[in-house]
Design a protein around this ligand. Structure first.
Ligand code: NDP
Ligand code: ZN
Length: 350
């Protein structure tokens, strides 16, 4: 089969591989829709998780099942499925501890385009199909369905990590597709003011539509000053879905004692992250930073799909660029790398 791969750090290309084999609990799928992710960009061009050779990229897909293992109960050939970007080993000790995304080691529940071939291929392998796939709801928009792989669960996880409560004033730093879903999730969680930090106009417009109360442009001045000023003081919770290693310094400066920073940004560069000593209460400020990989699982995909079906979230609005045909995952990924100002998220339909 043909697939679009990371050949080595900084280099991508088309390769041919054998179609993956199906274990007894697994499924083989062919893609119906695919999306590239900023994480693919960090992985290839920043080499953020180390070198990978001839590894097929991609972890965001809607698929059709073409083969199932003998022990798979709930999926059969021909089923259309939501595919979670994170596909843990559910029997692992880490999963039993509540951190399935780290099953087998830190970040190891993230298998596609990290520890095994991803979804940018004619076929891809899904481990533990009953736990990691979900049925595509009848009539669901393919763009919205593809966003349930990663953008929706990651944005929502940022809000879970930040532990947003009713009436909280929340800053969402970064309003690409992940941050936009965090804005929507903060609203659903009952946030009061939602300060959305970004600079692209279409992202800012969609953030307002998804429930932001203010847009903070980081290119037009210090975000800490802007948010402290607008909020008349520090905020309760912060979701980090963009920026860089210095963003935590800014976040600590604008966070209340007792506040929480939930980070879902994938930090591609640098060795250490600095924190401002005094604003961190000289180490005693009760300001918490929690960073997390999004949780996978079928039940979560089904529940997030329900939010789409009940029109509480509109992830299809993230899609700004559409392509047809597997060969177009390449230009779609390059868009993700180059981030033109009118881009939020590309979709490739097969
Ligand atoms: P985008 O690149 O589309 O969005 C990044 C956002 O951050 C943009 O709004 C951008 O603003 C803003 N930004 C950039 N620099 C700064 C800065 N210095 N200060 C404040 N804001 C800034 O990324 P995605 O939404 O696609 O993904 C966000 C992150 O989530 C990525 O690192 C991705 O790899 C990661 N990720 C993590 C997952 C997880 O499980 N934890 C899963 C999936 C993705 P502008 O408007 O100027 O572009
Ligand atoms: Zn992703």
């Amino acid at each position: 089969m043909k697939g679009f791969a990371m050949l080595k750090i900084g280099q991508t290309g088309w390769i041919t591989k054998d179609t993956p084999a199906c274990g007894p609990m697994d499924a083989i799928c062919k893609p119906l829709a695919l999306a590239p992710c900023t994480s693919d960009v960090h992985t290839v061009w920043a080499g953020a998780i180390g070198d990978r050779h001839n590894m097929i990229l991609g972890h965001e897909a809607v698929g059709e099942v073409v083969e199932v293992g003998s022990l798979v109960k709930d999926f059969k050939v021909g089923d259309k499925v939501l595919v979670s970007a994170i596909t843990p080993d559910w029997g692992s000790l880490q999963a039993q501890e509540g951190y399935a995304m780290h099953s087998g080691g830190m970040l190891a529940g993230w298998k596609f385009s990290n520890f095994k071939d991803g979804v940018f291929a004619e076929f891809f392998h899904v481990n533990e199909a009953d736990a990691n796939l979900a049925h595509l709801p009848e009539g669901m928009d393919l763009g919205a369905a593809t966003m349930i792989s990663d953008m929706v669960p990651t944005g929502f996880h940022g809000v879970e990590l930040a532990d947003v409560q009713f009436g909280d004033n929340v800053a969402v730093i970064g309003i690409g597709p992940v941050g936009l879903m965090a804005v929507a999730a903060a609203g659903i969680r009952g946030a009061a003011n939602i300060y959305a930090v970004g600079s692209r106009k279409n992202c800012a417009d969609l953030a307002m539509e998804f429930g932001a109360t203010n847009i903070i442009n980081y290119r037009e001045g210090d975000i800490v000053e802007q948010i402290l000023d607008l909020n008349h003081g520090p905020v309760d919770r912060i979701v980090v879905a963009g920026g860089d290693n210095d963003t935590f310094d800014q976040a600590i400066r604008m966070l209340k004692p007792g506040g929480v920073i939930g980070n879902v940004n994938y930090l591609g560069d640098g060795d250490t992250i600095g924190l401002p000593r005094v604003e961190w209460g000289c180490g005693m400020g009760h300001k918490k930073i929690v960073g997390g990989l999004m949780p996978g699982r079928r039940l979560r995909s089904e529940k997030l799909a329900r939010l789409v079906q009940t029109h509480r979230i509109h992830p299809e609005k993230l899609i700004t660029h559409r392509f047809e045909g597997l060969e177009n995952v390449e230009p779609a990924l390059m868009l993700m790398k180059d981030k033109p100002r009118d881009l939020i998220k590309p979709l490739v339909v097969l």
